[in-house]
Design a protein around this ligand. Structure first.
Ligand code: ATP
Ligand code: LTN
Length: 329
């Protein structure tokens, strides 16, 4: 069975973008692959987080993993910081990454371009840690949204570099980006990604949003003056985004939705999008409540960390021997 791995940062409450672009796919893949899914809590602190909020977001994220259908019997679910080997491998890979490569990472470049202050060294080297997350487990595939593809490509480069410099050690991973829903846009500005850590973003639907609030956000989503429900990302980014949301949640192809709404107004269309979204959120939230009331989270994390640590430890030892910093057999 091929192995698949991915992670989400608990840098805020999980969004509909995270669900459509990531979580939903993890759930679908867990029957087909040996799945490793973790909470990237180390990645998360590359930007300052309020500790109290972080604790809440972290627990909610795990509960939402389970509520969205990740099954601990099928997937190894764990916390990044529980596997110290991952961070140690991260350091070793940082020593095999060039500054120029990190300088080229769009996520970092965007922050620099926005003249954000207090960009940390952790944020700069984050892609090398992400490579370690992936390479420690010999993941064959890494399902991610569009914005993370470049980081997985760096992980490939680092794996190949290490394999060539020393000897074959790492599996070279492949990014898997879904055709529909890889980049859900903000409802208030459909030229920007729907992002959980964008505080000004009113166009973001959180998985734990009150259903009435979520409905209102959709009904007031920015559209255009064209007046026809069509998939045209350039001229109708708002409507196209709603079409992607609806299609990925209902399974109905975009073409078929477009045909059904021929000659109909945006109000009617938005109402149906809101119905589909609220149905999804309602189901997730009911399961989330059950999970929060149980004591399953700690057990899941403990089992996940034990399984993950075993694999990452073996890989780290192998790497350290090849580099020459470990002399014991
Ligand atoms: P942040 O705002 O802190 O950067 P984020 O919401 O962009 O966070 P991440 O934790 O970086 O989310 O992403 C987790 C996964 O969800 C990644 O695979 C990412 O590509 C995917 N993802 C995030 N936002 C979207 C979106 N708007 N559309 C599709 N996929 C998304
Ligand atoms: N950087 C990713 C989260 C992440 C990840 C990973 C995803 C950290 N390590 C390894 C896939 C594989 C993000 O911000 N979404």
């Amino acid at each position: 069975m091929k192995r698949m791995l991915s992670g989400i940062k608990p840098s805020g409450q999980l969004t509909l973008g995270n669900y459509i672009g990531a979580l939903r796919n993890f759930v679908a893949y867990q029957d087909e692959y040996e799945m490793f899914v973790f909470i990237a809590n180390l990645h998360c602190v590359t930007v300052y987080q309020d500790p109290k909020e972080l604790r809440k977001n972290l627990k909610d994220a795990i509960a939402l993993y389970l509520a969205c259908g990740l099954d601990p019997q099928k997937s190894c679910i764990f916390l990044q910081s529980d596997v110290m080997e991952q961070a140690q491998l991260g350091f070793l890979l940082t020593c095999n990454t060039y500054m120029g490569e990190l300088n080229r990472m769009t996520q970092y470049k965007d922050k620099v371009a926005k003249q954000e202050t207090n960009i940390t060294a952790g944020l700069f080297v984050y892609p090398s840690l992400m490579a370690a997350d992936i390479l420690a487990y010999d993941a064959d595939y890494v399902p991610v949204g569009d914005d993370q593809k470049q980081h997985v490509e760096l992980a490939r480069d680092l794996a190949e570099r290490f394999n060539n410099r020393y000897s074959p050690t790492f599996v070279v991973p492949e990014p898997v980006v879904a055709k529909v829903g890889a980049r859900i846009m903000s409802l208030s500005d459909p030229t920007k990604k729907m992002s959980k850590s964008d505080e000004t973003n009113k166009g973001c639907i959180y998985l734990l949003d009150d259903l009435a609030v979520a409905r209102k956000k959709i009904m007031s989503a920015v559209t255009d003056m064209v007046g026809a429900v069509q998939y045209d990302k350039v001229n109708q980014p708002g409507i196209s985004n709603l079409l992607e949301i609806m299609s990925s949640l209902s399974g109905e192809p975009i073409d078929s939705i477009v045909t059904r709404f021929e000659g109909k107004g945006y109000g009617e269309f938005k109402k149906e999008v809101a119905d589909v979204v609220c149905e999804t959120l309602g189901t997730i939230q009911a399961k989330y409540q059950e999970i929060m009331e149980s004591d399953i989270i700690e057990k899941v994390l403990e089992d996940g960390a034990n399984k993950a640590r075993y694999i990452a430890h073996k890989k780290l030892m192998k790497v350290q021997k090849k580099i020459g910093i470990e002399i014991r057999k």
